[in-house]
Design a protein around this ligand. Structure first.
Ligand code: NAD
Ligand code: TYD
Length: 346
């Protein structure tokens, strides 16, 4: 393993992974392959732009020709697939791109990896494929029961990747990570949305009662987990990645406001997300047996992340305009309509 194609590497976790790998492995070359959707951002990779071991290709993972050309041109031996449509709320409004990128995309990558005889295809999956769990934790062999179009499409893509191991002996591995936060996260996800809104004294929209629980993993720990599975994981296996740092959404909102010295009155309860999963929780013992454990506590990681957004306003402020505002308008119009429909039905 020397020449990695990191698909979706201009997004949040992908970019954190690229920084980690270039720093850690002085003999690896990294080619980021990214469509640059609204969530892809070359500013996430500015720090490595001049690195001779880094290259960028703009392309869609659903486009087999462009994928194969990139693999051949750069003598790629390993694909690490982060590319996906990732926002649950967007998947509820418009699932189309989710089905395409999250299901057909992994299929294209599997076919390319098979035909071009790559050493490894590592696929990034999510805790959301299991669906919600009120108590206890899911293990890797537990059944999938996704509830959102995002999670269902991720489940479909992952199952395809796993099937290529069974059917064609394609050397694949999979990681299923919990909710991840840290620098470079697009400000539509809860933590960066809350932080950037709070900086501007804008309301923090809290869905429903805010009692839903998420396990919070730092992006660096997510990157480390992928690194460990790439080097020490068993072919054909999926590994849960969990931080064991569970918090309710309302607790996260309050912590952010406290760190920024802002009043709790900024928390604004809004209409709940349809099919809002009450809790995700994973057992990560299988990954622990490979020697991985999270390095960043939530206290430390949240504080550093809040400070990163304070210090990097030039990174996020331009993102909160144009398409971003159109999306919020569409989302809240849609949810107001849902509420009106429910009232009319009752
Ligand atoms: P992100 O939305 O920040 O980035 C996704 C990246 O993929 C963007 O750069 C985008 O341009 C690119 N992309 C989208 N469609 C593409 C296509 N068709 N072809 C090529 N590139 C395309 O996402 P993220 O939060 O960094 O998530 C990365 C991966 O990790 C995803 O597979 C996601 O499902 C998974 N994951 C995320 C979390 C989380 O909390 N963020 C948790 C577990 C798993
Ligand atoms: P999100 O960051 O979208 O991640 P996911 O849905 O993949 O878990 O949301 C995290 C939690 O925060 C989730 O329970 C939904 C909630 N949430 C809000 O309360 N308000 C918001 O504006 C957003 C985006 C999310």
């Amino acid at each position: 393993m020397k020449n990695l194609l990191v698909t979706g590497g201009a997004g949040f976790i992908g970019a954190n992974f690229v920084h980690h790998m270039l720093k850690t492995y002085p003999d690896y070359r990294i080619v980021v392959f990214d469509k640059l959707t609204y969530a892809g951002n070359l500013n996430n990779l500015k720090a490595v732009e001049q690195n001779p071991r880094y290259a960028f290709v703009q392309g869609d993972i659903c486009d087999a020709t462009v994928v194969r050309n990139a693999i051949q041109e750069h003598s790629i031996d390993t694909i690490v697939n982060f590319a996906a449509e990732t926002h649950v709320d967007r998947s509820i409004l418009d699932p189309d791109a989710f089905v395409r990128t999250n299901v057909y995309g992994p299929y294209v990558l599997c076919e390319a990896a098979k035909d071009l005889r790559l050493e490894r295809l590592h696929h990034i999956s999510t805790d959301e494929v299991y669906g919600p769990i009120r108590e206890g934790k899911f293990k890797e062999a537990d059944r999938f029961k996704p509830t959102s179009p995002y999670a269902a499409a991720k489940a479909g893509g992952e199952l395809l990747v796993l099937s290529y191991f069974q059917t064609y002996h394609l050397p694949i591995t999979v990681t299923r990570g919990v909710n991840t936060y840290g620098p470079y996260q697009y400000p539509e996800k809860a933590i960066p949305l809350f932080v950037t809104n709070a900086i501007d004294d804008q309301p923090l929209p809290l869905y429903g009662d805010g009692m839903q629980v998420r396990d919070r993993l730092h992006a660096l720990d997510h990157a480390l987990a992928v690194d460990v599975v790439l080097h020490r994981g068993q072919l054909g296996e999926a590994y849960n990645v969990a931080a064991d740092m569970e918090h309710t959404n309302i607790d996260v909102a309050r912590r952010i406001l406290k760190l920024l010295n802002k009043p709790e009155s900024l928390i604004q309860p809004v209409l709940d997300r349809p099919a809002h999963d009450v809790r995700y929780a994973l057992d990560a013992d299988k990954l622990g047996a490979l020697g991985w454990e999270p390095q960043v506590t939530f206290d430390q990681g949240l504080e550093e992340t809040v400070q990163w957004y304070v210090a990097n306003e030039a990174w996020w402020r331009p993102l909160k305009s144009g398409e971003y505002l159109d999306y919020y308008q569409k989302q809240y119009t849609n949810r107001a309509q849902t509420l009106a429909d429910e009232v009319l039905k009752s």
